[in-house]
Design a protein around this ligand. Structure first.
Ligand SMILES: [Ca+2]
Ligand SMILES: [Ca+2]
Ligand SMILES: [Ca+2]
Length: 254
């Protein structure tokens, strides 16, 4: 199985951390950096990236999940912030959008989905995972990556997270050609309990990665697994390979 291996199973596995290895000090520095600038006005979380702040924002083009792997359909992501939220958007080119899962915390990662993994203190061990599919279904959980395995705490639910999806196409209709789907996410900063500062101070750096799974009609031959910062193997759960974001007090438009 490509990734996640068995988050569900892992969630019920009692794991005692063998040692608090200092992963952060052993690992290589991030190879991707992004300066997150401040919004100048409200972001309407409807999935439509119509706000001028998004247009002014530096885009991130996701690449193949491993170095050298190409993707067939492009994904552009952007990030902004204010004192309350980290805003993330994805614009996903997609000629065939499909998705059937409608229950929170279901196995969204087995279908088409966008994802963000957020590791505010950069320990590369404990991070938040958020996923949204084209139907607007949410997967939210806290993940502990230990030397002995992966523990996914699906019971962790965000109370303040807001999300919006906009479709340019029809979900689950292979008879027509779709254009794209877009997601806006507002992640409440006060729920990021491992952040050194809430709200972040200008210059604060967090580790984070952005992903997308494009899996037309469950055809793995045509699948794109993409990432902002490519991972080293077959799992997105590779915090040593997350990128680094830096919060800036500078406005995105000035
Ligand atoms: Ca919007
Ligand atoms: Ca698709
Ligand atoms: Ca949850």
């Amino acid at each position: 199985m490509f990734r996640k291996f068995s988050l569900l199973a892992a969630a019920f596995t009692l794991v005692v951390a063998a040692s608090e290895s200092s992963r952060a000090s052993q690992a290589a520095p991030a190879t991707r950096h992004y300066l997150v600038k401040k919004v100048t006005g409200p972001i309407n979380i409807d999935g439509k990236l119509e706000e001028a702040d998004w247009a002014a924002c530096e885009p991130i083009r996701l690449v193949g999940y491993n170095e050298g792997v190409s993707v067939k359909q492009q994904t552009m992501a952007r990030m902004l912030w204010d004192d309350g939220y980290l805003y993330i958007s994805w614009h996903c080119e997609d000629s065939q959008i499909w998705s059937t899962l409608t229950v929170r915390d279901d196995t969204l990662y087995q279908q088409e989905v966008v994802e963000v993994f957020i590791n505010p203190d950069g320990d590369r061990e404990a991070y938040l995972e958020l996923e949204v599919n084209p139907l607007g279904t949410l997967w939210d959980g806290f993940v502990l990556k230990r030397d002995s395995g992966l523990i996914g705490i699906l019971a962790w639910n965000s109370f303040g997270l807001r999300r919006g999806v906009n479709l340019e196409g029809t979900v689950n209709d292979p008879s027509d050609k779709d254009k794209s789907w877009s997601v806006e996410l507002a992640v409440p900063l006060d729920e990021l309990v491992t952040a050194p500062n809430v709200p972040p101070k200008s210059g604060d750096k967090w580790r984070l990665n952005l992903y997308r799974i494009d899996l037309p009609q469950r055809n793995k031959e045509l699948a794109d697994y993409s990432a902002w910062s490519p991972v080293s193997g077959g799992s997105y759960h590779d915090p040593d390979r997350f990128g680094e974001i830096e919060f800036s007090s500078e406005s995105v438009r000035y």
